[in-house]
Ligand binder design. Structure first.
Ligand code: SF4
Length: 473
């Protein structure tokens, strides 16, 4: 997928409870999750007697570089912490929406970090405001704190995690969460398991929880398991892992697009290696939509592994004929700069004439959303001397929006809705175009069953029924 067409990313979570070098482990882990959000980063830690918070707009490295020196004073012992990278979806792009959020609740400091989208957030917000709640941010995440606070006042008599369970039972949609108090860390995954969240441990008794397992290896942690859909995992003051269910799972609805595009190839999500699934998507695509071509060309970086699989299956050599300029400014830092992002992205990938002159080129991309940069890419490949340009896409056409944490463009802007499929090939000035079928896509995952995945942005079958959804403007 081209960078200008990238659906706005959602968030990444990394938390550590117990063990040594807590802050260093969090920083390294969160850094591996930078692809899940580049707008803001934040970290909240417990020193034992109290909690500290630092967050700002910017990348992980930039934000951690400005942590106050007092955090590193002799005698400050960081025992646990949670962290977050954000690319605003629900709530807009303002600094106040950076996470974790930290509040005082019934005399305790509580922090929260969230990945996902609460589908019924607008009606819950209205209800809470009618009850007198004052919001400091426009994020869905703050709702959870208000719901906890209300549950504490009404029913739960000071039991914070009972109040959390009560709050969670009112939410609809996608939520992987980390929460922190001065002596406890909690990890939560919604009953459908839309977004990944996994647990690892260290030899020294510490634990890490992260959106993707890629965070574990770089810090020396060993994968233990996923947080189950509908599960709350609590590490208390003695760092003992306690599991509680807060809801039954009506079904699983893991986001298949994590495998197609979002997650890093070095991660396991929903039980499968992203690398293996992505390569298998390419193999399956080659079986479903063979092509007569001289060279397979991935659209870097995200089309690479599907292209490897396609080349292996088809026997057609792969060549890196699109060269990426790594020194073009980051196109994703400011989500408001749409026109300048477009200009930057079109100059980010350049064809290498020696690799394409006189050749029948088959491009492999992970998806087409708007189609603008795809059209430009075909043009530049032909200008560089390609005799034919074919395109194979490693997922079905995107036709629907996502209510579960991914910010796709409005439906009318999606290419597959603007141009009938039979006309797309001509519209993009391609010699041939094929998408992977939904059945073919789902056949590439191994651990979970096809019906355990959400494919709503492809087929419009929303796991949380649309009549339960508060449509966002
Ligand atoms: S609608 Fe698409 S992007 Fe959203 S959770 Fe479902 S599969 Fe993922």
């Amino acid at each position: 997928m081209s960078h200008t067409e990238k659906p706005k990313e959602y968030c990444g979570l990394c938390g550590v409870s117990g063990g040594e070098r807590v802050l260093e482990r969090i920083q390294k882990g969160l850094h591996t999750l930078q692809h899940r959000g580049q707008e803001a980063a934040g970290v909240m830690v417990s020193t034992g007697p109290s909690c500290l918070l630092h967050k700002a707009t910017g990348l992980v490295e930039q934000v951690f570089a400005t942590i106050p020196p007092a955090w590193f004073d002799d005698g400050v012992n960081l025992t646990r912490g949670i962290s977050h990278v954000r690319y605003g979806t629900a709530g807009g792009s303002i600094a106040a929406n950076a996470q974790p959020l930290m509040v005082n609740m019934a005399g305790q400091t509580v922090g929260i970090a969230h990945n996902g989208t609460i589908c019924n957030a607008p009606s819950l917000r209205r209800e809470l405001q009618n009850d007198g709640a004052l919001f400091q941010t426009t994020t869905d995440t703050e709702l959870i704190l208000h719901l906890m606070s209300r549950a504490l006042q009404k029913r739960c008599h000071g039991h914070l995690w009972d109040a959390l369970a009560e709050a969670l039972s009112q939410l609809k949609g996608a939520f992987s969460l980390l929460l922190l108090t001065k002596d406890t860390m909690v990890a939560v995954r919604d009953p459908y398991g839309f977004r990944p969240l996994a647990i690892a441990d260290y030899d020294d008794g510490g634990y890490m929880v992260a959106s993707e397992t890629i965070a574990f290896g770089v810090t020396g942690a060993t994968s233990v398991r996923e947080v189950e859909p509908g599960e709350m995992v609590i590490w208390n003051h003695s760092n003992r892992l306690e599991s509680r269910r807060f809801a039954d799972s009506p079904r699983r609805a893991h986001c298949i697009f994590e495998h197609v595009y979002f997650a890093r190839p070095g991660s396991y999500v929903f039980g499968d290696s992203v690398y293996q699934v992505r390569k298998e998507l390419g193999r399956q695509l080659a079986r479903e939509a063979p092509v007569e071509a001289d060279v397979i060309v991935p659209v870097p970086d995200s089309g690479l592994y599907a292209a490897l699989g396609f080349a292996e299956q088809s026997g057609i050599p792969l060549d890196m004929a699109l060269s990426r300029n790594h020194y073009v400014g980051r196109t994703f830092i400011d989500p408001a700069l749409t026109s300048s992002r477009l200009k930057l992205a079109t100059s980010k990938l350049q064809p290498i004439p020696e690799a394409v002159i006189g050749k029948r080129v088959c491009l492999i991309d992970d998806s087409i959303v708007r189609g603008n940069t795809c059209r430009a890419r075909v043009h530049t490949l032909r200008a560089a001397g390609a005799r034919e340009v074919h395109l194979r896409v490693s997922c079905p056409p995107h036709r629907f929006g996502c209510y579960f944490g991914i910010d796709f463009p409005e439906r009318e802007a999606l290419l597959a809705n603007k141009v009938p499929l039979r006309d797309l090939c001509r519209s993009l000035r391609l010699d041939s175009l094929s998408y992977l079928s939904q059945t073919g896509m789902l056949s590439c995952v191994r651990t979970r069953k096809p019906e355990d995945f959400c494919c709503a942005c492809f087929d419009g079958e929303y796991p949380v029924q649309p009549d339960e959804l508060d449509k966002r403007p």
